[in-house]
Design a protein around this ligand. Sequence first.
Ligand code: ASP
Length: 421
Amino acid sequence: MKNIALHWKILIGMALGVVYGLVLSFVDGGGDFIGDFIKPFGTIFINLLKLIAIPLILASLIKGVSDLKDISKLSQMGGRTILTYVATTLIAVTIGLILVNTIQPGKSISVETRQELVEAYATDADQKREAAAKQQEAGPLQALVDIVPSNIFAAATNNRNMLQIIFFALFFGIGMILLPEESSQPVKAFFDSFNAIILKLIDMIMMAAPYGVFALLAALVVEAPSLELFQALALYAVTLLLGLGAMIIVYSIIVKVFTGRSPSTFFKGIAPAQLLAFSTSSSAATLPITMECVEENLGVDKEVTSFVLPIGATINMDGTSVYQGVAAVFIAQAFGLDLSLSAQLGIIFTATLASIGTAAVPSAGIVMLVIVLAQAGIPEAGLALIFAIDRPLDMCRTIVNVTGDAAVSMLVGKSIGKLKD
Ligand code: ASP
């Protein structure tokens, strides 16, 4: 088993979980056994993911922002880079939301199954109702007020306050940039190392993923023996893949319009990085190859790639943005919640921030999804619903994350005359 790649192990864990759940659902008391002795391990796994969310945001955002120090030196390139990254991210979330609202993969779940789901996660639903009631009493600017915590330690005690943590991390990072380097250096070194440790923890949690998905899928099968839920999940996957495909078309247009290069040259040049992104599910791990492809095959100057690509790997995750939009609304649909236009606009905002804060490692996207769900008042328990098929989708969204960084570096290179003809 040792030499098998993690994604295969996870796929095997999924398959075995389904088979195990199916077999035990025919055995007397099998369902109870899974509920009592297997499902808790799935819950522990999800808890670990949630546990790491706040430290992850603090570490990766503070590190990400403080690394932007060079922007003051390279302000011309910096402004364009950030602007284009934010624009492609907004396009990505919007495409995701349009598709998921049109296809409505979660609506295919029948009223009974939905009822079971809602009952299974009743506590979440209650909290949501309370939050909704509070929201109704509040004024129109309450959402803005809620972003600014009055006490950082109090904010950090609840996963629902992630936007407050993001606010603090950005604020803190900006403070670091504004200080002379000597004054901020010790704290910067601390956060660089803190970030490395958190990434290691995610690595360790992912080692447990094959067992986690086994438990989650076995429990999913016995709890929802109907094929219906699986059909809905398949439709969700198709919706997401369509969104990711649409982003690839967006990049073709960007490359053609802004650099005059043919999309096929672009995709041929970036293919090795895309394959590596697919097999590692990590844009950070792919970064060295992305740089090589963009420099050697696409002719972008090193001066541009060494600035644009590492920042892109940290803050530009268009595949993850499509995913966060689609997944959040899918879960809401599965739970029978109707999201208002303003809730969906809120998702665009939080998904943009969340994708910026997502670390470029496997499964970081689903961790950050907690924020989007919490802010939109969608039950976090819905994570359990989509986790089972998250890994293959993570592999696909990482391809888009890497491709987006490459397209933007060509655009920036061209705009400052650093793209070879
Ligand atoms: N795996 C993705 C990446 O490294 C992040 C995510 O989980 O969405 O780009």
